[in-house]
Ligand binder design. Structure first.
Ligand SMILES: [Zn+2]
Length: 113
């Protein structure tokens, strides 16, 4: 499952960062998850819950920031919200758009003990 491997790599990365700082546990993990990141949010939640078991993140508070999709038209420069990677500009109808936000899937911050 795609989401499970994402969850595992989030946990691995967080543990790696914590170990670099000689931490014994992670208190809080802040994640940024874009709506266009291509993950099923509920599945990711589920996968995270099982991925943290027995790790330094076992008792950590996981804070999620969901980022809405925003695109910019490559023809006329109009910025508009989008819930799909492929969308047309609401102003001029062009399909030449650039995604500005929403593809994020990363660790924003970690609080260690
Ligand atoms: Zn446009």
């Amino acid at each position: 499952m795609h989401e499970l491997s994402i969850a595992q790599s989030i946990v691995e990365l967080a543990e790696e960062k914590a170990r670099e700082r000689q931490a014994s546990a992670i208190e809080e993990l802040e994640l940024e998850i874009g709506c266009l990141a291509g993950v099923e949010l509920q599945t990711l939640e589920f996968a995270l819950e099982s991925a943290v078991k027995g790790t330094m993140l076992d008792k950590a508070r996981i804070v999620r920031h969901y980022i809405d999709g925003e695109a910019c038209c490559g023809e006329c420069g109009t910025r508009f919200p989008t819930s799909a990677l492929y969308a047309s500009c609401p102003h001029c109808g062009s399909w030449l758009i650039n995604i500005l936000h929403g593809k994020e899937l990363r660790i924003k911050s970690i609080v260690i003990k």
